[in-house]
Design a protein around this ligand. Structure first.
Ligand code: GLA
Length: 389
């Protein structure tokens, strides 16, 4: 479960490594998406929340044009120059290099810093550990370099670095929610104009993350393939994205579109409707309907978009049978990783026990369950806001 000591761990390590307290501490959260999957790169709607699992960096200015960063989790230190051409390599420091490259090309003035980093967002589980890392790094640069912090602009920069340097053609959801999350709220994001609307998480329910314990390779190529299929349908209708295509138009053209592409587009168009319906139902406290929408989203991702997996299907099927569960669905890119459930608070403990049992019996894999809180987005703490023990 959540080791609340990560903050203390990076602070202590910094003091041990550099002999004095850091000037700043940054926290950038991972996320879970309640509904709105594979809609962001189609300029549609998503409804994620920032979670209480995050990447933390303790850091201070340095006069040299360099970043000295130690990762406690990987037990590795890197030194990356800010005024030299960087070359691509492998590992977590690619996120740092990709960002430096984008900052330079976008004419951001950047200064050097030294830091210590650690996090507890499970890696490769579909909870956006990479967006959390990118936002934490960007906030560190922004702080030492005195930028005016515009979270939406920063989310776009992080997305660009991931697209161009790391080579993942992701949408904007993960970076937006890590930058802009609000405590106790989900965020309805319109991925076309990047307008955000906070939606309070109703009292009496918990968002529960259900990690299948499975991780799948080749996610990137399958992801990019889905993206291309969606874009083909959009261009058939003469538009830039599926956001411009109505369900009626799609149905009318059914016989003229490749059947696989038709199903991909049907998922996206219907999923956008479900997101809007879901945020309205959350406001009205109609949680039964929220649950129905989550279940429908899963079926659509399984059958039309084909990004679920046996483990995810079993997890969702097991979850929705347990008393107190309003609904469940796979979350994130898919093919493995996590599902998400909405559970009545008073049933949460039993839900977790029951689910661990039934999932283990049906698949033999050990599930990990996180009952999470909606947390605030990327935040910075200055010296007088923390003490190092
Ligand atoms: C990944 C991507 C996001 C989004 C989801 C699917 O998390 O990083 O941009 O496309 O998959 O909804």
């Amino acid at each position: 479960m959540y080791p609340s000591s990560i903050r203390e761990r990076v602070l202590k390590f910094f003091v041990k490594k550099y002999g004095n307290a850091p000037e700043y501490l940054v926290r950038a959260p991972g996320r879970v998406n309640l509904i709105g999957e594979h809609t962001d790169y189609n300029y549609g709607y998503v409804l994620p929340l920032a979670i209480d699992y995050a990447v933390w960096i303790a850091f201070s200015h340095i006069p040299e044009p360099e970043v000295h960063l130690h990762s406690i989790d990987f037990d590795q230190s890197v030194i990356v120059p800010l005024n030299q051409t960087l070359t691509k390599g492998e590992g977590w420091s690619e996120y740092l290099k990709g960002l430096i490259n984008i900052f330079k090309h976008s004419n951001f003035e950047i200064f050097g810093w030294k830091g210590v980093m650690s996090g507890n967002v499970p890696i490769g589980a579909g909870l956006s550990s990479s967006a959390a890392l990118s936002l934490a790094l960007t906030k560190s640069f922004g702080t030492v370099s005195n930028w005016k912090w515009n979270p939406t602009k920063m989310a776009k920069i992080c997305q660009l670095a991931e697209n161009e340097w790391v080579g993942v053609n992701c949408g904007i959801m993960d970076q937006m929610i890590s930058a802009l999350g609000q405590k106790g709220h989900l965020l309805l994001i319109d991925c076309r104009d990047l307008k955000t609307t906070p939606v309070p998480l109703p009292k009496g329910v918990r968002v529960v993350i259900l990690d299948t314990g499975t991780r799948r390779g080749l996610v990137n190529s399958a992801y990019n393939e889905r993206r291309n299929q969606c874009e083909s349908v959009a261009s058939y209708f003469g538009g830039k994205s599926l956001r411009d295509v109505s369900y009626k138009q799609l149905i009318k053209a059914k016989n003229k579109i490749d059947p696989i592409q038709f199903r991909r587009a049907r998922h996206v168009i219907k999923e956008n409707e479900r997101v809007l319906d879901c945020s309205e139902s959350l406001r009205l406290g109609n949680l039964d309907h929220v649950g129905e929408l989550m279940n429908a989203s899963h079926i659509s991702l399984r059958d039309d978009f084909e990004v679920s997996s046996e483990a995810l299907d079993l997890m969702v099927e097991s979850a929705i049978k347990i008393p107190g569960c309003y609904g469940a669905r796979m979350t994130g890119a898919g093919f493995g990783g996590c599902a998400v459930a909405l559970v009545e608070t008073k049933h949460t403990e039993n839900f977790v026990k029951n689910l661990l049992n039934s999932y283990h019996i049906s698949i033999g894999n050990k599930a990990l369950i996180y009952v999470c809180n909606a947390s605030e987005g990327t935040s910075i703490y200055t010296k007088n806001e923390f003490t190092v023990q």
